[in-house]
Design a protein around this ligand. Structure first.
Ligand SMILES: C[S@@+](CC[C@H](N)C(=O)[O-])C[C@H]1O[C@@H](n2cnc3c(N)ncnc32)[C@H](O)[C@@H]1O
Length: 184
């Protein structure tokens, strides 16, 4: 696999590499598909869908307009892995098909920049996560107008029975920090 120079891509790939040792056929979920239609470097969709051990990526985003630019950065051979869901993540997760509960090995959260939204999504994501799943919340370390970690971080650290904090990746020039959690 091509080495990724961006912290976010490297973190996602390392987590998927770790999971792949026990799960050669990873089921992945992402909330928040694309930053902008012009950005071409950091897309989570690309880093997840193009990983060789990922069999399925369910990609949830409120905006259907993000489908096309997301596909443009994913090699065509991986398009078949992606199941697009255009929906509010809270509504979709709260009403999750019983068939998907407890099935996702890898979950990447990067939706609305709202602390309450992020906490609700994390709690709901935990219900669809498989035992031992890795959950990443993106953008947990600034800049000051980014509040995605404001409630998620204290909640995760305060509930070791629910989440093991595997890494608290600080911000750098390529990302705004990431909290990496493992489900029991
Ligand atoms: C920061 S961007 C995601 C960036 C993407 N993960 C990347 O790596 O490029 C946030 C995304 O969340 C989506 N979003 C906003 N509110 C949402 C909601 N309520 N449910 C699901 N997605 C939402 C936006 O449409 C936007 O595409």
């Amino acid at each position: 696999m091509t080495a990724c120079p961006f912290t976010r891509g490297r973190t996602i790939t390392r987590c998927l590499d770790d999971l792949a040792r026990d799960h050669p056929s990873i089921r992945a979920l992402e909330v928040g598909r694309i930053r902008s239609v012009t950005e071409t470097t950091g897309h989570s969709t690309k880093h997840i869908a193009c990983h060789p051990a990922v069999a399925t990526l369910v990609s949830v985003d409120a905006s259907a307009a993000t489908r096309k630019p997301a596909l443009e950065v994913v090699a065509a051979e991986h398009h078949g892995k992606i199941e697009f869901v255009d929906a509010d993540a809270i509504a979709w997760l709260a009403d999750a098909d019983p068939a998907v509960v407890g099935t996702f090995d890898f979950i990447y959260l990067d939706g609305l920049n709202d602390a309450d939204f992020c906490l609700k999504v994390l709690a709901l994501a935990a219900t669809v996560a498989a035992p031992g799943a890795i959950i990443i919340q993106d953008d947990t370390d600034g800049p000051p107008n980014v509040v995605k970690g404001d409630r998620v971080k204290p909640y995760a650290y305060g509930h070791p029975e629910l989440f093991e904090v595997l890494a608290d990746v600080p911000h750098d020039v390529t990302c705004h920090g990431m909290l990496v959690l493992r489900m029991p």
